[in-house]
Design a protein around this ligand. Sequence first.
Ligand code: DX5
Ligand code: ZN
Length: 214
Amino acid sequence: MSEIIISPSILSADFANLERDIKAVEKAGADWIHVDVMDGHFVPNITIGSPVVKSLRAVTDLPLDVHLMIENPEKYIEPFAKAGADIITFHYEAVATENIQSIIDNIKSFGIKAGMSIKPKTSADEILKYLPQLDMLLVMTVEPGFGGQKFMQDCAEKIPTIKANAPDNLIIQVDGGINAETAKICTNLGATSLVAGNYIYKAEDIEQAIKSLR
Ligand code: DX5
Ligand code: ZN
């Protein structure tokens, strides 16, 4: 696998043709498939649940990178893990701090990777103590909820602090407004995984778009 993990977000795919659109990015060199789960409470938008992940599991061997933008994520870890998620990322802002460790443990108990995500207004300092327990930290570079928004550079600038305080193997992922130009900014700051929805799915040449992110 290449050094930077590219995870196309199917939020920008055609939901009536998910298998076709997953095969397209798979063929074009994607490393993971990013699945945005939204509940209409933690974020204003509603997307998909674990039955869809189960169906996607049957059509791809790529790791399914499930980004939970939902309240009470602890209730849904088991269904998403059993549906075939390989990485489950919950939001720091959606849980009580005293529950964070048990949520991470619960995700790992299924033998999959545990990720935690921070929204634009959450500082890096607040979450540093959790880094040794995590497999991935997801830095949102837009307000979660919708694809196609503008990249916020000040959010990406949290990455060096995170990197300086993280174990070497922590995956640092960015999500929101990623294109060839903003990808460079993020990887130069230390990001090791990039999520991109619109930039990949609206591209005329998907393979070229993925290449341009590396
Ligand atoms: C936003 C989602 C993102 C979204 C990114 O809340 O978490 O994964 O799909 O879309 P783009 O790359 O279009 O900003
Ligand atoms: Zn996402």
